[in-house]
Design a protein. Structure first.
Length: 481
């Protein structure tokens, strides 16, 4: 049984994928960690680099975006200098977020994802999901796509499309065409550089999970978000019945997820048998070490090792999804006694990789007995989103950021909406108060109106961000504390 838990009423948006009560994925959207993947811009080419066969595009951000020749429609293999020129205006889409040293990676081959199709207005090709092997089905959809294509249009046919009537596929295709026409109209009236389309990340992530999981239920704490969801042409009530969480208690706490989310930041993850994983993030890669811990087993040592490694493989794959760890991952399993056992763990990891929403490649064990995995990166990991390097330990450990503490405090305060008290006293550090209250006390005033209470502060100094609710009471008595 799959459940999507959506927390959308506070500034920090959260989406949890829960399977039989267990947290499997956690997606967090903070204003300062906004991913622009999928955003569409009207940009200006500022520089053409012939040696790199690429160009740089000003899309209005601090750093110019990088656009390779192969990501430009109709290039025909020609050098970049013959395809585009400096000063040219171009519509582009972000395919990888910027970093501290590099601007965002761009594509001028615009993609419009739907439930069954991905429409590429200038893609020039048709691709069918490789997961469907039956040649008759593949040929039928290939012929159908060829029949309805216009000009240089491209189309990617998803796996789910093979079981959908052609008239429904065409209806979705026409809807995506309509959206692209509206984008072109907006670009014609815009002055570059300009943002043309901001992808609603929380809603799109919710639809992506619904499409991948097929059926389940959705619970959300925002009636406004539920209205947007139901108004979307992709939403199917019969597959994903949605309900509104109206209780004062935070939706994650009410569903037993807050503690599970906290554990996703810890180094050690315990396994059901008593073994454990140690997860360490380095500059170049993430390393996982498997230990038998308290597990001794009831059979041979070889069997004990294999059982622990099986548990570790399943949990390691879950932690990659949950923490959104990407890049190079090395897993140091407990040394196994036979090649047969090693092959079994490899097959298990490859099977678990199929559950991952991101592209994940599992390689064979190295001569040192290490398993190598690569996982595609599209946004910051959970650790990078929720924490900052600790000033106390000079970067050797991490603490929750002022922004994260402020948002946690905001969620706790929302639980007091039905409380009878006149005022609430908070104990905060200056950095947490700045985020919590907002510029010119904007969010402070919004919360006071929403809660019908005065919010008072007790400022403290400390080496780490702090945000706590001290007590509720009358404004007079709390003002003197």
């Amino acid at each position: 049984m799959h459940t999507l838990i959506v927390s959308a009423k506070a500034r920090e948006k959260r989406l949890a994928v829960v399977e039989n009560g267990r947290l499997e994925q956690l997606h967090i959207f903070q204003p300062s960690h906004l991913s622009r993947v999928g955003f569409t811009y009207y940009g200006v080419i500022t520089k053409v680099e012939k040696g790199m066969n690429a160009c740089f595009v000003n899309i209005g951000l601090e750093q110019n975006g990088y656009l390779h020749r192969d990501q430009i429609p109709g290039h025909g293999g020609r050098p970049i200098g013959e395809v585009v020129h400096q000063g040219q205006k171009i519509i582009v889409q972000v395919i990888k977020d910027e970093t501290d040293t590099k601007g965002p990676r761009l594509s001028a081959i615009i993609e419009w994802p739907g439930e069954w199709l991905v429409y590429l207005p200038e893609g020039g090709y048709t691709a069918l999901s490789k997961k469907v092997a039956q040649q008759e089905k593949r040929q039928r959809l290939a012929d159908w796509a060829s029949q309805h294509k216009r000009g240089e249009e491209g189309l990617i046919v998803r796996t789910a499309a093979f079981e959908v009537p052609e008239e429904r596929l065409l209806s979705e295709w026409n809807e995506l065409r309509k959206q692209h026409k509206q984008l072109l109209k907006k670009a014609s009236a815009a002055k570059a550089p300009a943002l043309l389309m901001e992808k609603p990340l929380l809603k799109e992530e919710a639809f992506a999970r619904m499409q991948a999981l097929k059926t389940g239920e959705l619970i959300c704490d925002s009636s406004e978000f539920l209205s947007e969801l139901r108004a979307d042409w992709r939403y199917q009530e019969e597959q994903w019945p949605a309900s509104f969480h109206s209780a004062a208690e935070d939706i994650f706490s009410a569903n037993g997820l807050e503690g599970q989310a906290e554990k996703a930041l810890k180094r050690i993850v315990w396994l059901p048998s008593g073994g454990f994983l140690v997860i360490e993030k380095t500059e170049a890669m993430t390393v996982m070490d498997v230990n038998t811990g308290k597990f001794t087993g009831k059979s041979s040592q070889a069997q004990t090792v294999l059982l622990t490694n099986k548990e570790a493989a399943r949990e390691a794959a879950r932690q990659l999804r949950l923490r959104d760890i990407s890049g190079i991952i090395i897993i140091d399993f407990i040394d196994m006694f036979s090649d047969k056992d090693r092959r079994e763990i490899e097959r298990l990891m490859k099977s678990e990789a199929k559950k991952d929403p991101k592209s994940m490649t599992v390689r064979e064990f190295t001569s040192l007995g290490l398993m190598q995995i690569t996982r595609k990166k599209t946004k910051s990991s959970l650790l990078e989103t929720l924490t900052v390097p600790c000033a106390v330990c000079r970067g050797n450990g991490r603490v929750k950021s002022a922004e994260t503490m402020a948002f946690e405090l905001e969620r706790k305060l929302l639980e007091y909406a039905r409380d009878e008290h006149e005022a609430i006293l908070l104990e905060v550090t200056a950095d947490v108060k700045a985020v919590f209250a907002g510029e010119q006390n904007e969010y402070h005033q919004q919360l006071e109106r929403l809660l019908h209470k005065r919010i008072l502060y007790r400022l403290i100094n400390g080496p780490v961000p702090v945000g706590n609710i001290i007590r509720a009471g009358t404004a007079d008595e709390l003002s003197n504390q």
